[in-house]
Design a protein around this ligand. Structure first.
Ligand SMILES: Cc1ncc(C[n+]2csc(CCOP(=O)(O)OP(=O)(O)O)c2C)c(N)n1
Ligand SMILES: [Mg+2]
Length: 333
């Protein structure tokens, strides 16, 4: 049985309350457009949509500081956007254009932006975890006070990289916030078909790391839990693990017959949709009218249209540049 949708008062001033909603809308509209462009053959390669999971990236990233480091997975379009990577640069990257945030070399799975300390985007399951631990070690050696938030799916917790990373972070008390996005499936494999221990917090706690479980469909719960967790990590308490319980509404990537779950299960989870439930709460509280919602939605759509125009007008890398940054031009001894 699926819990009822998140409800109750939203404890924010109007500006933040509406910002959380508009960021979830921006992700949703941007990704819907990406799916369409993919169908038309304008975006190619892999494309993993975050639709249904938006409250996690939005709530968590709004709880972090601009100086903090962010590491994400191949399902990272929303994280990049909320972090402040311009939608134009994200869309151009999806299109493989030079104007993209990774100069068209990375595509959907490898969004990267040093200016906002967004360290990817990584096609390898669990690949971001050691990167995050390294960033946290650097931050501590530099006494910079920044923490590193590392997002990964529950599937990554079956990888050796997870165990090595959390062990070292715990042993050295590094400032890492481990953000596990538990959407119940790793491609077509449900958690209980592949793991003997399905309580992810129990698994993480075995490394002597404090843990929290949060309703990942509730942007308020995500924001509050991440604020608290980030405060503990920043204060020198060592790493912390947060499990955000969420659900993806779309296929794993663009090719997936979804034979591993019932349509009814997806429909049930949609009753807990992060956008729908949060806007209902804002309306009940008098912080949002239907007209104001539609205006935010129109703004998001317009931003997406501008980003698509930017990407379409962008340039593909000329063939003669293809080896640049791949082989060094320096003579080897
Ligand atoms: C090391 C490695 N093994 C396998 C894959 C193939 N693969 C891509 S996504 C995925 C599932 C990962 O699931 P999860 O970590 O739960 O993230 P989600 O896709 O649910 O967000 C797998 C097995 C890969 N990319 N890298
Ligand atoms: Mg998963």
């Amino acid at each position: 049985m699926i819990a009822p949708p998140p409800s109750g008062p939203v404890p924010y001033a109007p500006e933040l309350a509406l910002r959380l909603l508009s960021d979830m809308l921006r992700i949703r509209r941007m990704e819907e457009k990406c799916a369409q462009a993919y169908g038309e053959g304008r975006i190619r390669g892999f494309l993993h949509l975050y639709i249904g999971e938006e409250a996690v990236a939005v709530g968590a990233l709004h709880a972090l500081e601009a100086a903090d480091n962010i590491v994400a997975t191949y399902r990272e379009h929303g994280h990049a956007l909320v972090r402040g990577v311009p939608m134009n640069a994200i869309m151009a990257e999806m299109y493989g254009k030079r104007e993209g945030c990774s100069r068209g070399r990375g595509g959907s799975m490898h969004l990267f932006d040093a200016a906002t300390r967004f360290y990817g985007g990584n096609a390898i399951v669990g690949g971001g975890l050691p990167v995050a631990v390294g960033l946290a070690l650097a931050a501590r050696m530099q006494a910079s006070g920044r923490i590193t938030a590392c997002f990964f799916g529950e599937g990554a917790m079956a990888e050796g990289a997870f165990h090595e990373s959390i062990n070292l972070a715990a042993l050295w008390r590094l400032p890492v916030l481990f953000c596990c996005e538990n959407n119940l499936y790793a491609m077509g494999t449900a958690l209980d078909r592949s793991e003997s221990q399905t309580d992810l917090c129990v698994k993480a706690a075995s490394y002597n790391v404090p843990t929290r479980k949060v309703d990942g469909q509730d942007v308020v719960a995500v924001h509050e839990a991440t604020l608290q967790a980030a405060r503990t990590v920043r204060a020198g308490g060592g790493p912390l693990f947060v499990e955000y319980q969420t659900y993806r509404y779309r296929a794993h990537s663009m090719f997936d017959a979804e034979l591993y779950r019932e349509k009814r299960e997806v429909e049930e989870w949609k009753t807990r949709g992060p956008l729908h439930s949060y806007s209902a709460r804002l309306k009940a509280q008098g912080l949002l009218t239907e007209d104001a919602f539609l205006a935010l939605d129109r703004d998001a759509e317009a931003e997406v249209e501008r980003a698509v125009a930017y990407a379409e007008a962008g340039n593909l890398e000329p063939v003669e540049d293809l080896l640049r940054d791949i082989h060094t031009t320096e003579a080897t001894p």
